[in-house]
Design a protein around this ligand. Structure first.
Ligand SMILES: [Mn+2]
Length: 349
């Protein structure tokens, strides 16, 4: 398997207090990996502390144990394990707090599956970064199995959340034969996937007023550039009324992308104080989201990006410029479509 697993085993066995770290972009894999390790290591008799520098997003609050993740960096620990991240860029909260010096004084294990790492974690004692794994949770399963670490059912449930999160329900190209094999072993060991899915669906249900608002928003969708760009605008009054109940963007953006001909879906929010935000999502083959967002001072990935302007320019000016640049980017693409897979958040809707 991996040549350093016995070194990892030794570091874990030698530690009493273990700090589990999620990076600043917690998702289902990040949380599931951390919780899985918490259960496995607790079973070994370790004191385990879960840390994430930012809030666990609302859509993950169906996962049992999400509320055990702390935002306060602990005062003492013998070993840290960073899950689902291997770049310093995503550990800014730790660096801002000056805690990295503390991390560097103790052994640190990195368990990740991201392919491209720009600023590797220089104080890592042992790392496994395997981009052939569908999720960090899958990597943790294989590691624990190899090291014959006991995995209680709660750990397997958490690994299921992690795998389903990154593979969008075993549907994207990250899913391999090993992923199915791991899922098969976990289901045989008692994981109840329908129950996990039901908990997720229950949490993401919307109030009646939101369903009706969704209908109104969809009816207001505008189309540009021969129907390839769909936009929606949420004014301040609706942000005030509906945002506390449900984020208007994700409410309609998937349906906008599922409209025949649409390549880019943009949801603008226009605030009374002049702030304007845009959430950009793109369909497969048209991953210009990141470039589009950067033009307006934002950023993100090819298929999911966003920007915020606070320079006082009127909403209609920003909107027109954004649509014009998006049109230009799409026109430039006709020769060479960007062939990557879009990363919709599986767990949000
Ligand atoms: Mn991941």
């Amino acid at each position: 398997m991996y040549e350093n697993i016995s070194a990892i085993d030794a570091l874990v066995k030698a530690a009493k207090r273990i700090l589990l770290i999620q990076a600043d972009n917690p998702d289902g894999d990040s949380l599931g990996s951390s919780l899985a390790l918490e259960h496995i290591l607790s079973k070994m008799g370790k004191d385990v502390y879960l840390y994430c520098g930012v809030d666990i997003p609302g859509y993950l609050k169906y996962v049992p144990g999400f509320d055990r993740v702390n935002q306060d960096f602990p005062t003492s620990f013998d070993l840290s394990i960073i899950v689902d991240a291997s770049t310093m860029t995503l550990l800014e909260k730790i660096h801002d707090g000056g805690y990295h010096t503390k991390l560097a004084t103790k052994p640190c294990i990195v368990l990740d599956h991201h392919a491209v790492v720009e600023r590797p974690i220089h104080y890592a004692t042992e790392s496994i970064i395997d981009s052939s794994r569908a999720s960090a949770g899958e990597l943790i399963y294989l590691l624990a199995k190899e090291l014959t670490w006991q995995m209680p059912i709660e750990a397997l449930d958490a690994i299921t959340v992690s795998i389903l999160g990154d593979t969008q329900g075993l549907s994207n190209q990250l899913t391999t034969a090993t992923t199915y094999q791991v899922m098969s072993e976990m289901v045989a060991a008692g994981v109840n996937r329908p129950k996990i899915e039901e908990a997720r669906r229950e949490l993401s249900k919307m109030p009646m007023s939101i369903l009706q608002y969704k209908g109104r928003l969809l009816a207001r969708t505008e189309f540009f550039h021969d129907g390839t760009i769909a936009t929606n605008t949420v004014p301040q009054q609706e942000i005030t009324t509906f945002s506390p109940l449900y984020n208007p963007g994700p409410l309609v953006q998937f349906d906008m992308l599922q409209t025949i001909g649409v390549k880019i879906a943009i949801v603008f929010k226009s605030y009374d104080d002049g702030k304007i935000t845009a959430a950009i999502r793109c369909n497969a083959g048209y991953g210009v989201g990141g470039i589009l967002a950067e033009k307006f001072g934002g950023g993100g990935h090819a298929f999911a990006a966003g920007f915020k302007t606070i320079d006082g320019r009127p909403f209609n000016v920003i909107k027109s410029e954004c649509i014009a640049y998006a049109s230009q980017l799409l026109s430039n693409l006709t020769q060479a479509p960007i062939d990557e897979t879009p990363q919709y958040a599986y767990s949000t809707n």
